[in-house]
Design a protein around this ligand. Sequence first.
Ligand SMILES: *Cc1c(COP(=O)(O)O)cnc(C)c1O
Length: 376
Amino acid sequence: MPINVFVPKFHTEEILSEIRECLDKGWTGMGFKTIEFENKWKEYTGLPFAHFLNSNTSGLHLAVHQLKMQNNWNEGDEIITTPITFVSTNHVILYERLKPVFADVDQYLCLDPDDVVRKITPKTRAVMYVGIGGNTGQYGRIIEICKKHKLKLILDAAHMAGTKFCGKHIGHEADVSVFSYQAVKNLPSADSGMICFNDEESDKLVRQLSWMGISKDTYQRFNKNEGSYKWRYDVPNLGFKYHGNSVVASIALVQLKYLDEDNLYRNLLADNYINLLQKTPNLKIVSIAPDCVSSRHLFQVLVPNRDNVIQTLYDHQIYPGVHYLDNTDYIMYHYAKGTCPQAEYYSEHLLSLPLHLNLTETDQQQIVEVLFNAIK
Ligand SMILES: *Cc1c(COP(=O)(O)O)cnc(C)c1O
């Protein structure tokens, strides 16, 4: 049996009964289950606002778009971001004709606060922070830097469903945090995400922008005879079609019930790996920051001859991943090549070992044995 890096696990019967409710009611779109899931997410995280979207990528785009709009940023203004991430994180900055300025990463694979400070210019408006694998890295210092330099903090929390920072669910400290419920994330739906602003006004605006910029309020304010004009709305903004739907929310609702249990199992697997890997020479484990309880989306190690090691694992039907290649190696971001030496090093050495809910300790022993022989 091949061992894959990710295998999502779904509670099929429970999910089908939630979806059946949508079909019986004749309500598969926005509203109904999307609102129920938003409320459950707020309850779970303690975050004051949450708006359900069709992906994390849409959410990150909305976050940048909306902050640009609310704070009158200009084209060419800069957002400091990380080269070790999925390209969504950086593409959304370009969607808004802002400039991704890359800062280097630290031993946690998250933004290095010292390099972030070095990369601040008069045009810097925000920091885009990614908690790689569920790790918070030196997030506390990033928060301080953003306060001191009056920068907005956008958190790409795609890996962080269930991550706790200083005892609380992640997300409270950022101006906006965006979660992913994509098919292989810790809370897998099919494709969806959540955008969480910390103030009501922003939450209201993002709801409008995620549905074509349509506002019912604007019309109602000018029309006292509201009852007979329910069909009427105005469009004050150029919005997007980014909101989520009730069928996908049904999946997410059920998966959320098991998130803590699932993340606990992931942490158990991670601890097993740490024990099993003790004797493997020339291998370094990426550690979790001390003030973080990680969702453990990933278990990452650094190995020499990474590409050869991957080939050997493949030969044994073990399929690891790499999270991520240095984004400044991509044509789109080549202008920044050479600005992040640590990221370049990690990009050549990182390996994500299989980590999912069907993985067993026996699988792990087998993986570590093959890995040991591949490296030594
Ligand atoms: C998965 C992922 C995204 C994109 O999430 P989608 O929900 O697929 O749009 C963004 N950033 C990171 C770090 C991711 O891993």
